[in-house]
Design a protein around this ligand. Structure first.
Ligand code: CA
Length: 503
């Protein structure tokens, strides 16, 4: 039975499929010199101090000591290299057009008038202009769910889009465009059917013209709490507006649509060294099938692709796309530098326990989720795409911020790869979980939707799991299946990205 996985022939390390004891014979004369935890790296030959550790055919960093073949190589032994330069990136040198063909080319979605994409769910999303309104809105939403929602069986849910932005902030400061864009674009997500309902306090800095187009700022769409005579009047106004919006949403029906009407996001969280071998390549395979069928797939997480920027540039279809990629990487380098950290602040203790030595190793695994398709557009955080295909949407890697970022960019479903496990979910779009290890699926059988761990043991191929995931994405987008997080109602907060000052 195979005991380790070596990814490319250039690699001088491999990862242990199961925990290995000291003195285990791995074949070919290789014997473990230390106990090696699952998913951690084994030296495949003797190596000297200063020599580069190579995995995925990529230098993870230089060794700070000599090691013998069969030794455990952990994060303390590898020095993190400089991140690749951004000034002379070569675009378009690796454009792959031979993508796997999708076994299905249609899905069932909710069309939205004037929108490029369709919804996977039919939800009344209630936008908030400021955090101050949350208490009142939450009470109203509970009442709406009890008294109104049962009257409208075609509506899936009512979601208060609560967030911490809106006031007590420097509203015109550098980078304030990011949180403002999130609030405005989340309201336009296709899962909300084009119905606008905004709750304002009345004195906040985030004014209605920053959230809505001028034509949409009407008494039909906006409730200002300071204009209502007390709590009960507020509740009456909120209930009356929701009733009208729900009645319209209730008229919506799913229709058979081409894949070009579907826009989904991919992210990973709680990664381990298997993520880049099993879960992320399967997601990449599903992504290639979706893109080949005309769908739009976004991948994100700047710090997790920063060290692979040259690989991404090579897949950019034109110079403008490559320049925007470099611009977003540079912006994030500066943002981190301001906090006196760098991209290597990213790996968590869980990532490291899972065998990921540093951000270079994490990045190479993370990029695998984008498959091989050309990158047709790069988006600033929370921006809405204008092209169809594989898109790089620049966002923080933080799971709870990346999800709302993809929601703002118009994704109607998210696929989430995990090695260590997280029960993460969002109220406004279904989240499918894919695990990288068999043990994760055994531990959390009723939380993990797709088990990619069987790839490491040779039971299934990337194509098998990628095709299973592709089909599950279409089933969940079509509403014929629900991922576990949606079945249980596991919803994280809507954490929007605010790199601007709070006053
Ligand atoms: Ca993440």
């Amino acid at each position: 039975m195979l005991k380790y996985i070596q990814i490319t022939e250039k690699d001088n390390v491999a990862i242990a499929i199961e925990p290995l004891a000291k003195g285990e014979d791995l074949g070919g004369g290789l014997v473990t010199q230390d106990p090696i935890p699952q998913a951690h790296k084994i030296a495949l030959r003797d190596m000297k101090k200063g020599e580069y550790v190579v995995r995925y055919g990529v230098r993870l960093g230089a060794l700070n000591r000599d090691v013998k073949a069969g030794s455990w190589i952990n994060e303390h032994m590898i020095e993190v290299p400089q991140s690749p330069g951004l000034d002379h990136l070569q675009w378009g040198t690796h454009i792959v057009t031979d993508l796997p063909k999708p076994p299905r080319t249609t899905w069932l979605g909710y069309e939205v008038p004037g929108c490029e994409y369709a919804g996977s769910r039919n939800i009344l999303g209630i936008t908030t202009a400021v955090q101050c309104v949350q208490g009142v809105l939450d009470v109203a939403v509970r009442k709406m769910k009890e008294e109104l929602l049962p009257k409208y069986p075609n509506v899936d849910d009512i979601v208060a889009l609560n967030h911490p932005y809106g006031c007590g902030v420097a509203i015109n400061a550098t980078n304030s465009d990011i949180p403002k864009r999130y609030v405005r674009n989340i309201a336009k997500n296709p899962n909300f059917g084009g119905e606008l309902m905004v709750v304002s306090l009345g004195c906040e800095k985030l004014t209605l013209d920053m959230i809505l187009d001028k034509k949409d700022i009407t008494p039909e769409n906006v409730i200002v709490l300071q204009k209502e005579k007390g709590f009960h009047a507020m509740m009456d106004a909120l209930m009356a507006m929701a009733d009208k919006k729900l009645a319209r949403l209730n008229q919506r029906r799913r229709v058979e649509l081409p894949l070009s009407k579907l826009c989904i996001g991919m992210q990973c969280g709680g990664s381990d060294a298997f993520s880049g071998v099993t879960a992320n390549p399967s997601a990449g395979y599903a992504s290639d099938m979706l893109v080949s069928g005309g769908a739009t797939v976004m991948f994100s997480e700047v710090t997790e692709v920063r060290d692979g920027v040259e690989k991404l540039a090579a897949r950019c279809v034109d110079e403008a796309t490559c320049k925007k990629l470099a611009k977003n990487m540079k912006w994030y380098d500066d943002y981190l530098a301001e906090g006196k950290v760098d991209r290597d602040a990213n790996p968590t203790p869980g990532n490291k326990a899972g065998g990921l030595a540093n951000i270079v190793e994490k990045a190479m695994g993370s990029i695998a989720k984008s498959g091989t398709a050309p990158i047709c557009q790069v988006l600033d955080p929370g921006e809405i795409p204008t092209k169809h295909g594989l898109i790089y949407a620049a966002t923080p890697a933080s799971d709870i911020v990346c999800g709302p970022s993809q929601l703002a960019s118009g994704c109607v479903l998210e696929v989430f790869m995990t090695g260590r496990g997280t029960p993460y979910g969002l109220a406004s779009m279904p989240v499918i979980k894919v695990c990288s290890r068999k043990e994760m699926k055994e531990m959390w059988d009723d939380l993990i939707d797709v088990n990619a761990g069987t790839i490491a043991t040779g039971e299934r191929t990337i194509k098998d799991v990628g095709t299973e995931l592709f089909n599950l994405i279409l089933d969940c987008a079509s509403g014929t299946k629900k991922p576990f997080a949606e079945q249980y109602g596991l919803h994280n907060y809507l954490c929007i990205f605010n790199p601007a000052p709070i006053t």
